[in-house]
Design a protein around this ligand. Sequence first.
Ligand code: C2O
Ligand code: CU
Length: 490
Amino acid sequence: AAGGLVALSFAGCGLVAPGPVDTVGEVDFETPLAIPPLAESHVDAEGTRVFALEAQAGTTEFAPGVASETWGFDGGYLGPTLVADRGERVRVDLTNSLDEATTVHWHGMHLPAAMDGGPHQMIAPGGSFAPEWIVDQPAATLWYHPHPHGETESHVAKGLAGMFLLHDDAERSLGLPEEYGVDDIPVIVQDAGFSAEGVREDTQRGYAGGLGDELLVNGTRGPYLDISTELVRLRLLNASPARTYAFAWSDGRPVELIGTDGGLLEASVALDQVRLSPGERAEVLLRVAPGERVVLQSRMTAEIAGLEPVVASMNGGVDAFDVLEVRAGDELAPAASVPARLATIEDFDPAEVVTTRTFELGDSFEINGEAMDMDRIDETVTVDTLERWVVENSNAVPHSFHVHDVQFRIATIDGAAPPPELAGWKDTIFAEPETSYELLMRFDDYADPSTPYMYHCHLLWHEDQGMMGQFAVVEPGQRATMSEGPHHEH
Ligand code: C2O
Ligand code: CU
């Protein structure tokens, strides 16, 4: 039945399914891993930490001496890493030097809808926008990327993405590795297609969206990472438009997972692999011996993807990639011991749920039977209340589900408690076919009846096709009203 449905969908879209990919053993790790620079900032007279980012067109040499046309923030590809502490007021002075409008969305951040950088906060070519908010959430690995309605996949795939790391006192007191670029390493994974000469090309398209047959980490092809410490923290971000990964170590050692989208887990979990769909993050620890080499791979199977093999092969499943070779030096700085308890995550009390909503991920890129309409508020949420969102993927193909503004908890998956790796703070989930997810989330702060937040499938092509809806957070009894007129375009 699954095969038939998918064939139908493909006929409708005129797509050809890309074949499975296997690059294991074929990647020469010849290029040092690029580490995105830390974004510079200053604290102004009012105590606001001020960053600046410029979206620009440029070129990138994915192969030495061979230029590809790309986009980046403050450079040719990707963007600098922003770092802030819980409690800080931050502002980012954004400039758009591209010749088309874009936005910058702060994925995973709790902030006012008018600062969120969704499709209502477009920045015209030559324009600027200066979102400002107070960081008020646990230490986490967040990221930023454009969100122009209908163009998100192309803007992200051209290179507009970066990390936004949050720290807090509780996390700092754990003694986790936190020396950026030394033992605290951003790992931004994207798939891409290249010509024989090494020029970046359009990817093949499957039902999930664009699927490249090679990987880039932080924009580096065939990367290796020299390590000088016994213990390393890797912040994995799947910034690919469509492909889902199952990250594992080449020698079969367990993946030591310490954090998910919105912060640290209560305790680390040892896993065979960490599955990340587009937009999801994982913090993992790696312990190395002097001189050791180990390769981060992605080894996706239909079973890990929760898919029928035929579906998996069309969605970036059933494939194997070499991702990144880690090379430990001959002398390593000793690691502090990591406490067993990493965080305290208070459970939401289901008895406090005020509203339950259902989101059916249907065929034809609709949610609850409707495609995204920029002028329609789909859901109105009362501020400071707990809600239960039931996400049902009734398709034979996978989707994902991302909610702006909040970090949520997965209460159940098909009625059962989530596995430990999905029990912490999440803002994006991979939605397996014919599976139901019950999410609990609190919509604290920032009531604004006239500016919506988004929820959507984070397979970026699906999102662009309209698999997205809008919710407004309002004061009790208030009605949502869309604002008219220009949105920050100047
Ligand atoms: Cu990562 Cu609505 O986006
Ligand atoms: Cu989808």
